[in-house]
Ligand binder design. Structure first.
Ligand SMILES: [Zn+2]
Length: 163
């Protein structure tokens, strides 16, 4: 890897990918650092694209705080990780439900023999059709519906970019 790409004020970060705690690692296309959990996707006004780590992203995009963006994404990953193990209310049939503000949702199954479904009051019918092999996976599907990663990425980029 060489620092062949020209740095100027025309780069901006448009996406962040989280490869997870135990996932594969990305390589920074700018400095060659091989152990990136978070990949920052940069785009230049001319259309050129580059995937880099947080420090290079902050350097290349003069108005972007890659470290802070990663902090927001880590926080989101932590919330998602703890979601399934938080306190849920359990019905007599063993179905867990949760109420957060105006949101009320539940996980329904047949003791896990057939599978588990996630339901959310007020959600469109399309949500809740998928079946999950475990209760935890159904709970994570509910989390992903309530707090989609794309919303959090949008927030992280918006809060850490000064344009
Ligand atoms: Zn780098």
């Amino acid at each position: 890897m060489t620092k062949r790409k020209l740095i100027d004020d025309q780069w901006r970060c448009y996406n962040i990918t989280d490869l997870g705690c135990n996932g594969p690692r990305d390589v920074c296309e700018y400095c060659g650092y091989p152990n990136l959990r978070f990949a920052h996707h940069l785009k230049r006004s001319t259309g050129e694209i580059m995937v880099v780590g947080c420090c290079c992203a902050s350097q290349i995009c003069s108005n972007y705080n890659g470290v802070e963006a990663e902090r927001i994404m880590m926080n989101y990953a932590g919330r998602r990780k703890h979601w399934a193990s938080r306190v849920w209310l359990r019905s007599a049939r063993g179905n867990d439900h949760i109420k957060i503000g105006d949101l009320a949702g539940g996980i329904f199954g047949s003791g896990g023999a057939i599978g588990w479904w996630a339901r959310l009051n007020g959600a469109p019918c399309e949500f809740g059709k998928d079946k999950y092999p475990t209760q935890v996976e159904a709970k994570l599907a509910l989390f992903d519906y309530i707090s989609p990663a794309k919303d959090e990425i949008y927030r992280a980029l918006k809060e850490t970019t000064n344009v």
